[in-house]
Design a protein around this ligand. Structure first.
Ligand SMILES: Nc1ncnc2c1ncn2[C@@H]1O[C@H](COP(=O)(O)OP(=O)(O)OP(=O)(O)O)[C@@H](O)[C@H]1O
Ligand SMILES: [Mg+2]
Length: 237
């Protein structure tokens, strides 16, 4: 397996407040890697820094062998870093199809947008049925599917999920995990931040525990799932 994403000694500040301290991690091609941590640990900050939304004060981010530290988010997107953000961030006043088309406007994805749209509609028949519906009137679960579909329209090589199951009903949560598993089975590389720690560790080959902006533990998902500290702190066992 080859390395797709490599992060070295990343520091991020908001003003004087340090949100990430010397964060190092790596993601191999085809892997699902989980980031686990309490509220405020810095999980979203890490994802936003990789995406180029936040600018680190120190450290390096390499993607596909290229140093992408400090690049803007449209640049990281066009290199193949996709993101399904916390809160989903779809365009509520555009239709389902228009939302998907927006995802396909990335230069890297434009020429294949038609094909990819058909793939997304096959993967999410509900989006196909509702292609003309305004996105803001879709249910929470449907909006999450749309957010994932829109991300796929950009032909990502890496998808970063930030709390994809947040606020969704249990059956929809199952559906979201099913989609993540399917994407993984198709060879997608995935960085997963998920409040449902047990499930996220089960589907990840590698996992990192973030506390107060620092990586304090890492290992295979399986190993962390059986680690006493992780079980007490994040699984309530
Ligand atoms: N834009 C911002 N300006 C200032 N501080 C911020 C900003 N975004 C996040 N922070 C702070 O950085 C720290 C890490 O926040 P972050 O959102 O990354 O945590 P998180 O692990 O994603 O938490 P949660 O599980 O609640 O989503 C928190 O203390 C938060 O208050
Ligand atoms: Mg967060």
């Amino acid at each position: 397996m080859s390395r797709l994403l490599e992060i070295e000694n990343l520091d991020l500040y908001y003003g004087d407040a340090q949100a990430l301290s010397e964060v190092s991690l790596s993601v191999d091609r085809g892997q699902v890697v989980a980031i686990v941590g309490a509220n405020g640990a810095g999980k979203s900050s890490l994802i936003r820094t990789i995406a180029g939304i936040e600018k680190p004060r120190a450290g390096h981010i390499r993607f596909n062998g290229q140093d992408i530290t400090g690049l803007e988010s449209h640049q990281t997107c066009n290199l193949g870093i996709g993101q399904v953000a916390e809160g989903r961030q779809i365009f509520p006043t555009l239709s389902v199809e228009e939302n998907l088309e927006m995802g396909g406007l990335l230069p890297r994805a434009r020429s294949k947008a038609g094909e990819t749209l058909e793939r997304v509609f096959t993967m999410f028949p509900r989006l196909a049925e509702r292609r003309a519906q305004l996105a803001g009137t879709m249910s929470g679960g449907e909006q999450q599917m749309l957010a994932i579909g829109r991300c796929l329209m950009g032909q990502p090589e890496l998808i970063m999920f930030d709390e994809p199951s947040l606020g969704l009903a249990p059956t929809v949560v199952q559906e979201v995990f099913h989609i993540i598993r399917t994407l993984h089975a198709e060879g997608m590389t995935i960085l997963l931040v998920e409040q449902n720690v047990a499930v996220s560790l089960k589907i990840s080959s590698q996992a990192y525990v973030l506390e107060n902006g620092r990586i304090v533990m890492s290992g295979s998902g399986e190993a962390l799932l059986h680690d006493d500290r992780v079980r007490q702190a994040y699984l309530g066992l």
